[in-house]
Design a protein around this ligand. Structure first.
Ligand code: SF4
Length: 181
């Protein structure tokens, strides 16, 4: 089979370099770096926490539905933070909720990622002058990606997952596990 269109294999059609495989040593055998292989597994199995606090959650549910179908990227939701490596903060975070968000994030598996979905999660959105709303979830947990919109469409969240995969792919996994990356 020709590898001309395969993004995993080095070829003239893939001028930016191989995504995972360094070289095909001989038919049936390949060479790669451990980081590349592990990152490939990780980016292909993003498990996001079943968590939403407001109307952005409806768009999150829609993104997991058949039309956008996040499952095709290996991204599926889990109901337990201990089995999740992505926290999608979909909705307004109140001060009352902040401790719970922080606790859920702390219970997640390492290495873990956070996407702030929508204006409320990014900066408090419509409610940023309210006495009860946190002006951005990054005041509570570290955020990897900010997704603008009120609400962001499912296609935008889909794009965010792809960007997150790119970020994961460029990481030095072993260094990240030691907290150096
Ligand atoms: S950003 Fe807009 S849609 Fe999302 S939770 Fe806030 S008000 Fe609702």
């Amino acid at each position: 089979m020709s590898d001309a269109a395969d993004p995993l294999v080095k070829s003239p059609a893939n001028a930016d370099g191989p995504r995972v495989i360094e070289a095909e040593v001989y038919p049936g055998a390949i060479a790669t770096r451990l980081d590349h292989a592990i990152n490939w597994f990780r980016e292909s199995s993003i498990w996001y926490l079943l968590f939403a606090t407001a109307c952005c959650g409806i768009e999150l549910m829609q993104t997991g539905g058949p039309r956008t179908d996040l499952d095709r990227f290996g991204a599926v939701f889990r109901a337990s933070p201990r089995q999740s490596d992505l926290l999608l903060v979909a909705g307004t975070i109140t001060y009352k909720m902040a401790d719970r968000v922080r606790l859920l994030w702390a219970q997640m598996a390492d290495p873990k990622y956070v996407v702030a979905m929508g204006s409320c999660a990014n900066c408090g959105g419509l409610f940023q002058r309210s006495y009860s709303v946190v002006c951005g979830v990054d005041k509570i947990v570290p955020v990897d990606l900010y997704l603008p919109g009120c609400p962001p469409r499912p296609e935008a969240l889909n794009e965010a997952i792809l960007r997150l995969q790119e970020k994961m792919h460029g990481e030095r996994w072993a260094a990240k596990m030691k907290g150096q990356a």
